[in-house]
Design a protein. Sequence first.
Length: 437
Amino acid sequence: MPSDSFNNSNAPVPEPDIGRVVGTAIYARQSRVRGIAYSSCQSQIDMCRQLAASKDWSITHVFSDERYSSETIDRPQLSQLIASIESGEVRRLIVYSIDRLTRRMLHFQQLLELFARREVSLTVVNDPSFSDSVTGRLMANIIAAANEFQLDLTKERMADMRAVYKRDGKRVAGRVPFGYCTDPATKQLVVNEEQACRVHDFFALAAGGSRPSDLVGLANLQRWPDQNGETCKWTARRILKLLNNRVYIGEIPNGSSTLPGAHQAIVSVSVFNKVQELLASRRTTETKPRRKTDPSYFVHSHLSGKLICGQCNRPMSTSISHRGPKRYIYYRCRSDSGGTPRCTGVNIGVFRLEQLVASVLADVDDSKSELPIAMREQWDKLDERQRQKRLPQTIQRIVYTHCTGDVTIEINPEVIAEYDLNESQTEGENRDLGSSK
Ligand SMILES: [Zn+2]
C-alpha cells in the first residue's frame, strides 16, 4: 500500500494499474491534523483500500484534503476529484463516511447530482446502504429528499423570520396603510408626512363627533388624495377601516390581534380609544332596529309573487322607505303591466300582512274556518320566525283590496291535502282500533 499517495497533496497519484475500465478513486478529508488517529486521512484511505480489495477493485486515484472544513466545497483535492469525474476518468468513488465529502445538504446534493450525471457509483465504508447495486435508486431518493429538505428549511426559515420580524414589531407584508410609505431598503413603515396629517385630521374630527360620512364629504370636497394619489375616492367604508386600524397607534397586525410595532405612531392612544368609543356607541344605537327581534330584519318578501292587488288584479311588490334610521317595508301596487297605471296609495306593511295571514292560519278558535284544525293547531304552536319561514310554501295566493281592507287567502292545495290525509288516516286508525275491541 503506497503511503506516498497521501503525502503528495497537490495532485492525485495514479495507481500502477490505471488501464482498467473503471477508474476508482478514494476521497479523504480531515478538518484538523491533530486528533484521533482513527479519523486521520491516512486511516480513512486505509479503510477504503481494504474495502476496495474485498471487492477486487483497483484504486486508480487517491484524493485527500487535510485541514479543510466540511463547510466549504472549495477544497483543492475535491476540485481535482470533481474534474476527474467530469472528464470520465473516475467512475467509482470510495469514501470512509459521507460527511467526508460534505456536511452541507446543498453541497451534498450538488455532488450527488454530479455523480448521477456522470454515472459514478459511490461507496461509503461506514454505511453499507450505499452499496453499489442500489446506488442509483438511493441517489435519486437522496436528491429528492434533499430537495424537499432544502425547501422545508427555506419555509421554516421564512416562518422563523416572520415570527422574529413580528416579535420585533417589524412589518412583514401586506398593503401599506394610508399615512405611511415603506423604506426601500428595509421595507419597513415610514411616516408619510403629508398623509399622516390627513390621518391625524380624520382622527381628530372623528374624536370630536364627526361621522365617517362627514369625513368622506370633507376629504372628497378638499380633494385629499388617497394612497394611490387619487382624489374623490374616499368612502365611508374606507374611512371606517382607517379609523379602526391600530397601525396608527404603532401596533402591527398579528393574526386576529396586534403586537407593538417598530414604526412611528401617528395617532395617540387616547384619541384612538375615544374614536373607538364613539364608533361603538353609534353601532349599538343605530343598528338596533336591525336586531333579530325586529321583524324587518327577516327576509321581507315571504309573500312576494303571491300577493295580488284586488283593485287591478296585478302582483304587488315590496318597497322600502326610510325615516331616519328606521326602515319601513311595504307591499305596493307598482305594476305597469297591461298599460294601466299603477294604483296610487295601495300599500300594506309587510310585517302587518304577514302577521295577519299567520294569525288566520293559527286561529284554532274559529269554528267557521275552512282550514283543517290540525293545521291551525300546528301553526298555533309555531313562533313568529317559523311562521314566516313556512308562509311561502303554505300560501298559494293572497288578494289584498286596499279600498275595503279585505284580504283573501288561498292556501296551497297540496298542504291542505296533506293535513286532510293525516286526519283521515288518524280516523281510520281509530276505527280499526275500535273494531278490534
Ligand atoms: Zn293595483
